[in-house]
Design a protein around this ligand. Structure first.
Ligand SMILES: *Cc1c(COP(=O)(O)O)cnc(C)c1O
Length: 404
């Protein structure tokens, strides 16, 4: 690392809370699938800010929409109407087939908002006794970092010394419909689940799981809440990951790529029942639904469709997955993925995934380890065939080395 890079890293370490352990690269510029560091070294971004930059870095049309809107009006609060919110509602509802929309900012806020809404629905529509609502979640879930959410995490790192936590959550294994069925009680209001567990290491449930989940939720009047904050908006090769399962959630959560990485924008989408229980004054956000966020999200959704990014994710994802599976290396335990949400799980004896990510950096690829032994691969959805092949050559070169 050069002197200036060491400076940036040291200053961050000196002043910042040490809640991240970044790879040693200081980025200063991005375009499409590429990012550049302060020394002008170029890297293929295989993380896409955890899938928030699906449309590619600094997409010119989203940028133009953002700049144009920033010149006109940025924030009104919801005390007044603004002329971007209504078209945002119309467009996101038409795109996803939803009836109601609640705009928020971060993903965690969307999850919290969904938890509040399904509880209220439980009391006011389903008839659960006040204070008794139960929400079922999955082991190894990741839904964000707020107190309400980390309270139902099963990851000790995420929870330890942040309690006491709110009651009202039950945990079942992911991918096990019988366990869900056994956990449902008359007070169960919702099942909150990721279609594919992203942070857990791109864990794809057994086929047929979500069909059973949908049936159980319907039979027991339990709202199925799909957290599509990471899987949504084309990442898995379909607009929503639920489409692979041919089911429809009652509540869908979007975030991350909803703004193409320009701005925090999230949304709760629901049938009328769940969000219909919220009345003025019962929930809100100063920034939620602001005109700048709406203009950015509208452009981010538009380019996703107009530029065929979802189809491209399916096509390039299949090529990437096949290419990774063709790499003959005894460091690899399993390769999995759907669309451009991919992971290489290493053999425990191959050493920490972090070492491989650092080696990939040396080859011009930025990827991030998750859970010690897994390398997650999620490039922007605009990646081309040549770029996939370029990346595969480098993954092959690194994965056939042994960093144990
Ligand atoms: C990233 C993520 C969140 C949290 O989003 P933030 O914007 O970081 O609060 C929630 N759920 C899933 C599945 C995620 O991947």
């Amino acid at each position: 690392m050069s002197a200036s890079v060491i400076d940036f890293v040291a200053t961050e370490a000196r002043f910042g809370a040490h809640n991240y352990e970044p790879i040693g690269v200081v980025l200063s510029r991005g375009e499409g699938v590429w990012v550049w560091d302060t020394e002008d070294n170029r890297y293929l971004d295989c993380l896409s800010a955890y899938s928030a930059v699906s449309q590619g870095h600094c997409h010119p049309k989203i940028l133009a929409a953002m700049v144009e809107q920033a010149h006109r009006l940025t924030l009104t609060s919801r005390a007044f109407h603004n002329d971007q919110l209504a078209p945002f509602y119309e467009e996101i509802a038409a795109l996803t087939g939803s009836h109601k929309v609640l705009p928020m900012n971060s993903g965690a806020e969307a999850v919290e908002s969904a938890v509040k809404s399904v509880r209220k629905w439980g009391y006011e529509v389903k008839g659960v006794p006040d204070g008794q609502a139960e929400i079922i979640v999955c082991a190894n879930n990741f839904h964000g970092r707020t107190l309400g959410i980390v309270g139902f995490s099963t990851d000790p790192e995420t929870r330890t010394h942040f309690g006491p936590f709110a009651p009202g959550f039950r945990i079942v294994p992911f991918g096990d419909a019988a366990a869900l069925e056994a956990a449902i009680t008359p007070n169960t209001v919702a099942f909150l689940v990721e279609p594919i567990q992203g942070e857990a290491g791109v864990i794809i449930p057994p086929s047929g799981y979500f069909t059973e989940v949908r049936e159980l939720c319907t039979a027991n009047n339990v709202m199925l809440v799909l957290d599509e904050i990471q899987t949504g908006l084309g990442r898995t090769g379909k607009l929503l990951a639920e489409q692979h399962e041919e089911i429809e959630a009652d509540v869908t959560l979007l975030g991350k790529a909803l703004s193409g990485g320009f701005y925090p924008v999230s949304a709760v989408l629901s049938n009328t029942d769940v969000l219909g229980t919220l009345r003025p004054g019962q929930h809100g956000s100063t920034f939620g639904g602001n005109p700048l966020a709406c203009a950015v999200a509208r452009a981010a959704m538009r380019v996703l469709i107009e530029e065929g990014m979802i189809e491209n994710a399916a096509r390039q994802g299949a090529r990437f997955l096949d290419g990774l599976r063709d790499i003959r290396a005894n460091t690899i335990r399993e390769v999995r993925g759907r669309g451009l949400m991919l992971a290489v799980e290493l053999h425990p004896k191959a050493g920490r995934a972090r070492r491989y990510c650092e080696a990939l950096q040396g080859k011009g690829i930025l990827a991030k380890d998750t859970h010690e032994h897994t390398i997650r691969i999620a490039p922007p959805l605009v990646i081309t065939t040549d770029q996939v092949d370029w990346a595969l050559e480098r993954f092959a070169a690194i994965l056939t080395q042994d960093f144990s």
